[in-house]
Design a protein around this ligand. Sequence first.
Ligand code: DC
Length: 234
Amino acid sequence: MIKSDNKIIIAIDGYSSSGKSTLAKEIAKLLDYKYIDSGAMYRAVTLFALKNTIINQKNHEVDEKKLQNLIDQIHINFKYNPEKKNQETYLNNENVESEIRNMKVSDNVSFISKIGFVRKKMVSFQQEMGNEKGIVMDGRDIGTVVFPNAELKVFMNAKAEVRAERRYQELKGNNVDVSYDEILQNVKKRDHIDETRDESPLKKAHDSVELDNSNMNRQEQLDWIIGLVKERIN
Ligand code: DC
């Protein structure tokens, strides 16, 4: 454990499946900080939209009016599962942690996360969680929009093929029936939508530190971020 009374905010942004959450969780644990997966929130809203036929699964068209009318009925929170040693996502008091990771949600989430009023609600919720500092949050706009004053901002990337392979192994480990090609297409499509959307597109904050981890293992990445954290808390 790294001890310091000087609590900071760590923002980790980057491309999908670039290893943000693995690194964020590990550094949060070492610092005894709260870890928040902001992507899980957009996934939970997407699950809500799928369940309430707000999004057309074929052409991904969103009934924005209906979503706007129902958005205040969406309550998301996180609870720590001591058995799995993991934060789990709850949507209206239901544990949706595994459901939000399925391909149906992955295929639709970009169409929900590009909607302005959805982002506004998620961002204010995320900012509330960072009130007391001592937080690591990962996502796409954490260093640019959610916490522009974060003491440490990291921007992660890796080659699309490397990211797809990691995701493939992860889903295969969870017995999800999906092909590598399907995942590679999904990764590339999400990169494109995330980078080109009008609302808070994925981009590197001018003051963030870039990490391309295509050829790095977990320990090397952790050592790298520990060095940066120490510079900021001492
Ligand atoms: O990190 P992830 O792949 O679980 O995120 C799911 C989707 O949510 C991703 O396609 C982009 C979107 N997202 C976002 O727009 N802003 C964030 N802060 C986090 C995720």
